[in-house]
Design a protein around this ligand. Structure first.
Ligand code: ZN
Length: 265
């Protein structure tokens, strides 16, 4: 998979001055780690979703993977639990293929030698062996939440001995919102949102009718019924941020409803 400039398309509200390259483009690190997180979203594991992305020295993607059951093994015929009164054979552990191993096995290049791997979770010792044997020279991980487990300690020991660099990922952006609709539709929706925001800001607080912002952590207007800022929470339709609760926290009223409410359609 080659990656050219602008492969992600124009997104968000980055400044464009028309005089030079678009500002705010993703860094390579953020890009590859976001691919690892995106890939993790393919996982069927109900408790832990892990993604990994292997990249060569020229920033070309060599392989991606997520944790899942082996190919041709139906997902619903194997256990997904972490514990079972029937013993370990009735848990997921003997069966699941880890993200890092899948990324190595999925590689579209002859070798992973000299590559780096971005992974959402620090590798277990079994994956550490695979990473070392594959010739990967750097591990960039987003979470180290199991650092006290024997498995993680063994991984560190192996990486140290083998001279594999380990780096706790420090993102430039905390959150990445991806559009899943065509750009022109988004631009039209963006314009509607701008107009709704403008209109909402002019409505006196006392005239605001409380509407719940369902699912968002702001809990919408239920607690702060006449707060005019609740209005901004509503307009976070699919793909838009709830301006109170943050981005992507829950489902909001569709923009179409908002637009109709404020006479914009
Ligand atoms: Zn592993």
């Amino acid at each position: 998979m080659g990656v050219g400039s602008g492969a992600m398309g124009a997104m968000g509200d980055d400044a464009r001055d028309g005089q030079g390259p678009r500002k705010g483009a993703l860094s390579w690190d953020d890009y590859f780690m976001s691919l690892a997180f995106l890939t993790a979203m393919r996982s069927k594991d109900p408790s832990t979703q892990v993604g990994a992305c292997i990249v060569n020295a020229r920033n070309r993607i060599i392989g991606v993977g997520y944790n899942g059951m082996p190919s041709n093994c139906p997902n619903d015929e194997l256990p997904w639990g972490k514990k079972s009164s029937s013993g370990e054979l009735a848990t997921k552990y003997p069966y699941v293929v880890h993200a890092e191993l899948n990324a190595v096995l999925n590689k579209n290049s002859e070798s992973c030698a000299g590559c780096r791997i971005y992974t959402t979770l620090f590798p277990c010792n079994e994956c550490a062996k695979v990473i070392i044997q594959a010739g990967i020279r750097e591990v960039i991980y987003a979470s180290d939440k199991h650092s006290e487990r024997l498995s993680a300690k063994a991984s560190r020991r192996l990486f140290d001995l083998a001279g594999v660099e380990m780096r706790h990922f420090a993102p430039e952006k905390d959150l990445l919102a991806l559009p899943l609709r065509y750009t022109e539709d988004r631009q039209r929706a963006d314009r509607v949102v701008e107009r709704v925001v403008d209109r909402v800001e002019r409505v006196p607080a006392a005239q605001m009718t409380p509407l719940a912002c369902s699912g968002c952590s702001c809990r919408g207007s239920r607690e702060t019924a006449n707060d005019r800022w609740n209005g901004l929470g509503w307009m976070a339709a699919a793909g838009f941020a709830c301006l109170i609760g943050g981005v992507g926290r829950g489902r909001m009223r569709p923009v179409a409803n908002m637009a109709a409410r404020f006479g914009l359609r």
